[in-house]
Structure formats: C-alpha cells, structure tokens
Design a binder for this molecule. Structure first.
Ligand code: ACO
Length: 331
C-alpha cells in the first residue's frame, strides 16, 4: 500500500429516503407484473418515491445535513459541493447550487456531475482530486436522484427497478496518513448511449406536446445488455482500482456495489471471489436509486457497524453512458 501523502478522508456520511413506499404488491395493481417475478429477477421488494412538490435538492439537503453533523463540519467550512445527479431540480442551474443555498454554504463552489448510476463515483473522484491537489480542504459529495420523475409507470420493464434517495459524504484532507481514498478509477463507453437513456427533454428533442404524448421523457433501457456489460465492467474496474491502491481482494473487508439488481451483485461477487457476507446489499428496500445507491449503502453500512477503523472498503458502480467506476477507501 502506498505511504503517507495528502489524501481525502471520509469525515462523515448521511442519507435520506423519502417516506412514500411503493411495494411490489402496489406495482401489481399498476402493471402486469408480480411480486414473485420482481423478487426472483431483481431482489427488489419495495422502493421509495419523492413526494410531489419536492425536488432532488430537498432530499440532498437532508442527507447533507446528516453527513455534516456526523463529520462535525459547518456548511460554511465547505470549499466544494459536488453532486452526482441526472435529475436536477431545474435544467439549470445545478442542484448543487440549490443545495449550497439551502445549506448556507457561503464559501463553496458547487456543481453537478452527470454520470447516471455512476454519478457518486464520478463526484467523489473529482472531489478527491481537488483535495489531493490542495484546491479544497473540505468537500461535500452527494449522490442524489429522483428517477421516479423519469419513469413510465405503464412500462413494467423499467418502473419496477428504480427508487428515489440521496446519500452524502464529507471529505477532509489528511496530510500524514495511509488512511483515506487510496484510489479511484472511472471509465465510459459512449457507443452504448442508446442502450439506457431518456430520449426527449434535452436539446436534441426538447419538450413538446408530441414528445410528452409519445412518453419520450421516460427511461428507455435494453436490460439484458446493461446486465451483461455491468457485471464485466464493474469486475474489471474494481480490479484496476485495487491494483492502483496496492490492495488485494482478501484485504477488502466490505464491497459496496451499486444496488441495481441482486443478480448483478451476486454475479459480481462471484467474479471477484468475495463471499456475500462481505457485500453490502440493501436494494430489497430501495431498488436502484441511481447516484444515491452507493452513498446510501455506505452510510447504512457505517451505521450498522459494518465498517471499523482500518477497514478497506471497495465501492463500484455502473450506469447509463455506459459509465462506470470504482474506489478503494481505507477507514
Ligand atoms: N413483470 C413480469 N414480466 C416482465 C416484467 C415485469 N416487471 N418485465 C419484463 N417481463 C417479461 C418480459 O416481457 C419477458 O417476457 P417474454 O419472455 O414473454 O418476452 C420476460 O419477462 C423476460 O424478460 P427479460 O427482459 O428477458 O428478463 P431478464 O431476466 O433480462 O430481467 C431485468 C430483466 C430485471 C431488467 C434485467 O435484465 C436487469 O436487471 N438488467 C439490468 C438493468 C438495470 O439494472 N438497469 C438499471 C440501470 S443501469 C444499472 O444500474 C446497472
């Protein structure tokens, strides 16, 4: 493992799950599906949905407040707020700016990073670079998405998979330890753009009565292709991140993968050679919460006492783009 140098350390974590629960039984009343099909194919039992009238930043704010309290850091001490999201409150400005105002973080520069389900990995990687290069001392990194806003609730192939949530971490600088973020790795392959995307609502096909009529503002996905590439890519990038960090899979105490589908997680664990006891899974309660999935699972793992000082944790994610990433962190 590489020696002492300036690194980012996790000072605190927090998460927020909306109160409204949609169970598989609820979905049975909405589309032609069954609890059994959803459970067997995905492992998901229920998901949360952000109430109407609330925006992404409302969730992010609560997660951020909890992370700041956990870290003992004041909002005014933040140098950067970086938010992974593809469901900002407005087309512009960024939800990170909305969040900055809610928190009263007067000294921060804030922006969103759009990498879909990999958004938190991208955001933490960017924040880590700012910290390691001395451009920031304290950063709030958020993964927050309300994919319920992009779902066609008549499409059984997508509406059963996703939920809304926010997760946050506060990063600080450590000058003299081997603790902290040991490595991050990011990758994309834009040739897969149309395998998982929202066709309308951007500059190519702006919102019009016809696009709404055709349901083009909702998620379109080739599930089988996503599944296949997700498993392979997350395995590869996890190995690259571990190589860069100089750690072996046996030294990893806990893997926190993107919570998309239990079958993807199990296949990934098998390929990495990790027993499921060392893999964090909470997707049965929340479904795939996009950029929030990894930080929410990280926060839950910490609160459940599954991460102790000195533990090495591997994070990984995969999503639209395709975009994927991994990080190795020593607590
Ligand atoms: N309920 C009942 N039947 C369904 C449902 C449903 N909700 N959805 C599809 N079916 C039917 C299909 O129509 C098909 O019927 P047919 O055989 O008569 O044509 C049958 O079930 C099998 O469908 P498949 O698509 O082949 O099912 P598969 O085993 O591939 O599972 C799933 C589908 C769950 C989407 C899987 O491919 C998957 O998880 N892919 C990854 C997608 C994902 O996680 N995306 C999230 C974003 S990216 C990421 O985060 C990794």
């Amino acid at each position: 493992m590489s020696g002492a140098q300036r690194r980012s350390v996790i000072l605190g974590t927090g998460s927020e799950l909306p109160n409204k629960v949609i169970t598989n039984e609820d979905l049975e009343k909405m589309v032609d599906t069954s609890d059994e099909w959803i459970t067997v194919r995905t492992g998901i039992k229920e998901r949360r949905v952000l109430e109407e009238g609330k925006g992404n930043a409302d969730m992010a704010y609560r997660a951020a407040q909890r992370a700041l309290a956990d870290a003992g850091v004041e909002a005014n001490d933040l140098d950067a707020i970086i938010m992974g999201t593809v469901t900002p409150d407005y087309p512009f400005p960024s939800s990170a700016c909305v969040l900055e105002d809610m928190l009263g973080a007067r000294g921060a520069f804030s922006f969103d990073v759009g990498a879909a389900c990999s958004g938190f990995l991208n955001a933490i990687s960017v924040a880590d670079s700012f910290i390691r290069t001395g451009k920031a001392n304290k950063a709030l990194v958020v993964g927050s998405d309300a994919l319920s806003r992009l779902l066609n609730w008549q499409d059984r192939t997508t509406c059963i998979l996703f939920g809304d949530a926010a997760g946050a971490v506060v990063l600080g600088a450590s000058e003299n330890g081997s603790r902290g973020i040991l490595s991050t790795k990011l990758r994309t392959d834009g040739s897969y753009v149309k395998q998982l995307y929202v066709p309308a609502g951007g500059s190519l096909k702006p919102a019009r009565a016809e696009t709404v009529e055709r349901n083009e503002h909702t998620i379109t996905m080739n599930g089988k292709e996503v599944f296949k590439i997700a498993v392979r890519s997350m395995e590869e990038i996890s190995r690259e991140a571990m190589d860069e960090a100089g750690v072996s899979i046996d030294q990893v105490s806990l893997v926190i993968p993107h919570q998309a589908n239990r079958r993807i997680v199990v296949a990934l664990a098998e390929r990495l050679g990790v027993p499921m006891e060392k893999v964090m899974v909470n997707l049965e309660k929340y479904g795939n919460t996009s950029a929030a999935s990894v930080p929410v699972a990280l926060d839950e793992a910490r609160r459940q006492g599954r991460i102790k000082n000195g533990d090495i944790v591997l994070l990984n994610a995969f999503g639209a783009g395709f975009a994927w990433g991994a990080a190795v962190i020593k607590f």
